[in-house]
Design a protein around this ligand. Structure first.
Ligand SMILES: *Cc1c(COP(=O)(O)O)cnc(C)c1O
Length: 465
């Protein structure tokens, strides 16, 4: 064994203690450190590979000295950019163990990892009141979950044409139409990866003042297709205004027209953990595949999302991996090797399993409702101040706003000034062709006090600009 490896084995406990001390300092410091890091302009990208190796302790020190300052506070209570969750204590502890155990969660038999994943998938299904007959698995994120959905849709579409696309490819088949309202950008990526093609996506008209699709426009398209199978991607929680497509109305069309229904519920799906918001997901039982992220509103560390489907047999056709030394492909829910896009897989279900058991129905409902109530508070604070105006009603956990004078340049400068100030982080977006700032609340630590602090800072920075 190389000397550095041998001495690190001897020093294992001090290495872990050091990492623990760094993690603890970071976690306790989160409310006070800048919500987002600012990288230096003279960022040095080159590091010489050592011959001897520094050993783990010196490498930890070097990271702490040179890099730790540039770690974002995005796991903290006032990072409202994009759609960003934090990590609950239970999920965090679990994730440490995941790396320690280093299990390959592709198979059952010589580890319990796949059994835990089976339970975690079912626990989340219970939390959200989704159909018992759905099976699911963990992937790295909603983009991958959307990819799995599109790969299943593609296989289904081939079957409608008497073709096994998994075996023979898409060659020679007519292109499949994909309909969506306000699809997330990752749907385009998923269509590209699945060989369907970004350009097959046809955006339907939205309802007035909404990001939800006009289902009557979908119906007209389906009538025009005259029985030709197609794909519909519905949104259950759009990124800007957290709008939901009418899943009941879309589902009702399935009895008249042949289409695959994929629902992207990346973060909006978690709203179903609350009795108050569950109605937004009504009709989701009609879905053929569903995406939901764990690393956003569930506050499980990156990277973890799930895809659910009632079509495990199709999934097996697409993702089976045959080899003489592996178990035979069978449509069994925890046969992940033959159901997931990956072969070797991280034991990422453990943080999900632990957080679901640790906080249960009530804990998750409280988190969802608290974030939504805080978003309402921020909305009221902004609306009641003549400097700002809301760009959309606060539907759930995202607040979209602009400056009352519609000055787009000043809005961009406000975003940058806030980033440098460090109190909070908000991202810029565009709604109805107009630039907006948006605050997305997904973190278990966020409270009303964070809203007041963020609002006061926005006000101060706007007045001093
Ligand atoms: C975040 C998000 C995605 C992409 O998720 P990743 O986990 O970043 O891959 C897809 N759809 C929606 C609606 C999202 O909010």
């Amino acid at each position: 064994m190389h000397t550095t490896l041998r001495s690190d084995l001897v020093d294992l406990d001090s290495i872990l203690d050091r990492a623990h001390a760094m993690a603890s300092a970071h976690l306790h410091g989160l409310p006070h450190r800048p919500a987002a890091a600012t990288l230096p302009a003279d960022f040095e990208s080159y590091t010489e590979l050592p011959t001897q190796g520094l050993g783990a302790l010196k490498t930890l020190q070097r990271f702490e000295r040179d890099w730790e300052k540039q770690i974002s506070g995005s796991a903290g209570p006032r990072y409202f950019g994009f759609v960003t969750g934090g990590t609950t204590p239970a999920a965090l502890a679990a994730d440490w163990l995941v790396a320690s155990y280093d299990q390959n969660a592709q198979r059952n038999g010589d580890t319990c990892a796949a059994s835990i994943e089976l339970q975690a998938v079912d626990l989340l299904r219970q939390l959200l009141h989704w159909p018992k007959q759905w099976t699911g698995l963990c992937v790295t994120g909603a983009t991958m979950a959307n990819y799995v959905g599109m790969a299943l849709a593609r296989q289904w579409y081939g079957r409608q044409h008497g073709r096994d696309i998994a075996d023979e490819g898409v060659w020679g088949l007519p292109p499949v139409a994909v309909f969506a309202g306000a699809a997330h950008s990752s749907t385009h990526k998923a269509l590209s990866m699945a060989g369907i093609g970004r350009k097959q996506l046809q955006s339907l008209p939205l309802l007035d003042g909404r990001e939800a699709m006009d289902v009557s426009a979908l119906e007209r398209e389906l009538i025009l297709r005259n029985g030709e199978p197609c794909i519909v991607v519905a949104s259950a929680g759009t990124v800007n205004t957290v709008d939901f497509d009418d899943l009941v109305a879309i589902g009702a069309l399935k009895s008249r027209f042949p289409f695959w229904l994929h629902v992207d519920a990346a973060f909006g799906g978690i709203a179903a953990a609350s009795e108050r918001h569950r109605h937004l997901l009504a009709g989701i039982e009609a879905a053929d595949s569903v995406t939901v992220d764990a690393h956003k509103w569930l506050n499980v560390p990156y990277d973890c999302a799930l895809v659910y489907t009632p079509h495990i047999a199709l999934q097996l056709e697409v993702f089976q991996n045959q080899s003489p030394y592996l178990n035979a492909p069978r449509a069994v829910p925890d046969n992940y090797l033959h159901l997931a896009p990956e072969n070797s897989r991280r034991f990422r279900a453990l943080p999900l399993w632990m957080t679901l058991l640790a906080y249960g129905r009530e804990g998750h409902a409280e988190l969802v409702e608290r974030n939504c109530a805080s978003a309402q508070l921020l909305g009221r604070l902004l609306e009641s101040d003549p400097l700002f105006k809301l760009a959309a009603p606060v539907r759930l956990n995202v607040v979209c706003f602009a400056l009352a004078n519609d000055d787009a340049g000043a809005l961009r400068r406000l975003q940058q000034a806030l980033h440098l100030d460090g109190t909070a982080f908000l991202s810029l977006s565009v709604l109805d062709g107009r630039p907006i700032l948006r605050a997305a609340l997904c973190n278990w630590r966020t409270t009303d006090a964070d809203m007041e602090q963020t609002f006061n800072t926005l006000r101060r920075l706007t007045l001093s600009a």
